[in-house]
Design a protein around this ligand. Structure first.
Ligand code: ADP
Ligand code: MG
Length: 709
């Protein structure tokens, strides 16, 4: 017997008993590096092998466990060539049964007379011997009569094999691993375990791998619970993972706030009046609420780190402008960063119009700003003469210095890297940060991906907005679709045609788009057709987009590079080729390009004939819903977080036990608990350090989660 040792979760897998160099290698190639990883190899299901019956009570068809002593064993002769039969007689003291194995000659060395063993299998009636028998059961030899069986006589975990390591072997290794230790250091607070009546970590691992029926529980119910991942042990592991993750994010947020700012911000009557005066319309209740949350952050003596989420067209921009005004009125500067020159320009123009009649001086900075105006603008920003600057990532260049930068707004956050976010945030005296995205993100993902940010949500569209009508069409209807487009072109409406990204090859992309471009030129000879693709220079792209915006181009064929957020009021129709290749959220983004003016939008999703029924069904979600969040949830459900639009790049977190889709309520509970424990100071510094270490080790490498400065 080995001495019992406390099990350290980060012990490398090769030090586990029963794991030699070659198994360690196989484990590692399946991503299992440590004790913890191995313990996270969750059974794919559980089998009830616990119904141990006395031999005398067995009946034909019973699937059960038999336990006893081997009273005789030997090879039997059969007439069939290449076919061997091995038989053992098992006795439990009162009765005996014959157990037969086909073609397993090695058993002769194992099934020795006098040894104790457990068998799990099906009892059947044997014609020849006219007796009950068990054929090819699962066997488990016991060394002593009181040994604990691992593979039988219990609810048994069934594992997926790893390389050459069978499920049975994995079971054996994990059983030995857990048995070798009296405990595993707990990583959740006592208070949480009590609150949810969760088992401790060690017991939870036992409960995941070798569950035993709790007293007073119905067997069938328990097995169902197990196979549905609903046991307390499983819930604890799911919750625990979310808790550790959220605790790490909380630390990040706390660190962000430490770079805190003491700005003297006053909300005066004059300021309120000015904010009101620039609005060309009544803000929606959702816009008001978002602004209130933002202003609260601006006033608070801590730094704002906020995500403003809202569907395409929900009116985020004006909220951002109002927030920037709060700072400008108080003598600070604001910067607004857009992902492309064209968008920056569009924002600049609309801000200029809204700010007419106010004393504020605005600047515009992009890569193509000429040296003279650049120099002038930089001086003006440094001296504080210019209060609001709009631009592209040129704004994050080192030469740009502000006198008193108070707020940075980053539009279409998902298009910028975290690095860029943090460089801009580092300018001046720890400005408040607000990022905006029109990519609706399911709540569960927002809580993880943007977990280091507070979130405001604009969940309603301005009044009078007509939803975009969406239809799915197959190749057979192409003529019909073009006839409709032709009629709309006569009415001076404009059309986007989007060709999908062929991931493997930008070359093929271009070919597909170019072919479509040529084809449409002959289909609509009297229209001007334009082409936009990723290989064009920024200047060329801008020229095409401007021509389209100004109506010089009526049909714009494009790969998926079309500018997010660009306003072309006369664009009424968008045709998306090979719609089955797109994620729902991406389709939703694309269809947001139309219906931005007076004319109601129409989105035509073209699918190839070979598209699976599933793909078409998925697209029908687009026809039913215009709500980006509903679509995002659906998309997440269908594709899983790994493939979710934009998430792959930002690095979706890996959870072994938890699923962002299925276990949202546990995620939300963990987030809430973490908040309370931290805010009420119920967590010791020592524990915080430990949590931080765990977080860094598990998730810290992911760029998407680093602090925003
Ligand atoms: P997004 O959230 O996609 O950035 P925008 O801020 O560009 O949306 O707003 C979309 C359009 O709706 C703009 O033309 C804007 O002027 C208009 N808009 C925004 N808020 C309102 C409102 N409360 N009432 C009417 N129109 C609004
Ligand atoms: Mg926008």
């Amino acid at each position: 017997m080995q001495p019992l040792m406390i099990l350290e979760l980060d012990t490398p897998v090769q030090y586990i008993k029963g794991v030699g160099p070659s198994r360690a290698e196989m484990f590692r190639s399946a991503g299992i590096q440590s004790v913890e990883d191995l313990l996270s190899w969750i059974p794919i299901r559980y089998e009830d092998r616990e119904s141990c019956l006395p031999i005398s009570s067995l009946r034909d068809g019973d699937k059960c466990v038999v336990r006893g002593k081997i009273s005789a064993s030997g090879r039997r002769f059969t007439r069939r060539k290449g076919f061997s039969l091995y038989e053992a007689i098992i006795s439990d003291g009162k009765a005996s049964i014959s157990i037969k194995f086909f073609n397993q000659p090695y058993l002769s060395g194992i099934l020795k007379e006098g040894r104790n063993a457990v068998f799990y299998g099906e009892v059947s009636w044997d014609q020849y011997s006219r007796a009950l028998t068990m054929l090819n059961p699962e066997i488990e030899m016991l060394n002593q009569g009181n040994d604990l069986p691992v593979h039988t006589d219990r609810i048994v975990p069934v594992y997926r094999r790893i390389g050459k390591i069978s499920g049975r072997m994995i079971r054996q290794i994990i059983f030995r691993l857990l048995s070798s230790s009296p405990e595993i250091p707990e990583n959740l607070p006592e208070k949480i375990l009590l609150k949810y009546k969760f088992p401790g970590l060690y017991d939870a691992y036992w409960g995941i791998h070798f569950p035993s029926l709790p007293p007073g529980t119905d067997r069938k119910d328990f097995l169902k619970q197990l196979n549905n991942c609903e046991t307390p042990a499983r819930k604890r592991m799911i919750y625990g993972e979310f808790f550790l993750f959220q605790a790490g994010l909380k630390e990040l947020r706390i660190k962000n706030l430490l770079g805190s700012c003491r700005r003297d911000i006053r909300i005066t009557a004059q300021l309120r009046e000015r904010i009101r005066s620039i609005l060309p319309f009544r803000p929606t209740p959702a816009q008001k609420k978002a602004l209130r949350e933002i202003v609260q952050d601006i006033i608070a003596p801590r730094r704002m780190n906020r995500l403003l989420q809202g569907d395409v067209g929900s009116g985020k921009t004006i909220v951002a402008l109002q927030a920037m005004l709060v700072l400008m009125e108080n003598g600070y500067q604001a910067a607004f960063m857009a992902p492309t020159e064209l968008l920056a320009e569009q924002q600049f123009i609309s801000f200029s119009a809204l700010l007419q009649g106010t004393p504020y001086k605005m600047g515009f900075l992009t890569g193509s700003t000429g040296p003279a105006s650049r120099k002038q603008l930089l001086a003006s920003l440094a001296s504080g003469k210019t209060q609001l600057v709009v631009g592209t990532h040129s704004l994050i260049q080192e030469k740009v210095v502000f006198k008193a930068l108070g707020l940075v707004v980053i539009d279409e956050q998902h298009r910028f890297g975290v690095m860029q976010r943090s460089i801009l945030a580092g300018k001046g005296s720890a400005p408040d940060i607000m990022v905006m995205t029109a990519t609706p993100i399911p709540r569960s993902l927002a809580m993880t991906l943007y977990g280091d940010l507070d979130v405001s949500l604009i969940d309603q569209l301005p009044p009078g907005r007509k939803p975009v009508k969406t239809v799915v069409k197959t190749e057979a209807s192409r003529e019909e679709v073009y006839a409709l487009v032709g009629a709309r072109l006569e009415l001076k409406q404009q059309v986007f045609v989007v060709c999908p990204l062929v991931e493997e090859s930008a070359e093929m992309d271009l070919t597909a788009a170019t072919e479509m471009f040529q084809r449409l030129q002959s289909v609509f000879p009297s229209a001007r057709v334009g082409l936009l693709h990723g290989r064009m220079s920024a200047d060329e792209k801008t020229r095409v987009m401007v021509d389209f915006r100004d109506g010089l181009i009526q049909v714009l064929v494009t790969t998926t590079v079309i500018e997010v957020g660009i306003d072309v009021p006369a664009a009424a129709i968008i045709i998306i080729e090979h719609a089955e290749r797109f994620g729902l959220s991406q389709l939703h983004q694309l269809r947001g390009r139309v219906g931005r003016g007076e004319i109601p939008g129409l989105c035509i999703l073209m699918v190839v004939r070979a598209a699976t029924r599933e793909a078409v069904e998925r697209l029908r979600v687009m026809c039913r819903s215009n709500d980006g969040f509903v679509i995002a949830e659906k998309d997440l459900e269908i594709r899983g977080p790994g493939d979710y639009l934009g998430v792959r790049q930002s690095g979706a977190p890996d959870f072994h036990f938890g699923s962002l889709v299925k276990h949202f309520s546990l995620l939300a509970a963990a987030r809430q608990d973490v908040s309370e424990l931290f805010d009420n100071g119920e967590i010791s510094q020592e524990y915080r350090d430990r949590l931080n270490t765990i977080y860094q080790k598990k998730w810290g490498g992911k760029a998407g989660f680093s602090s925003s400065g």
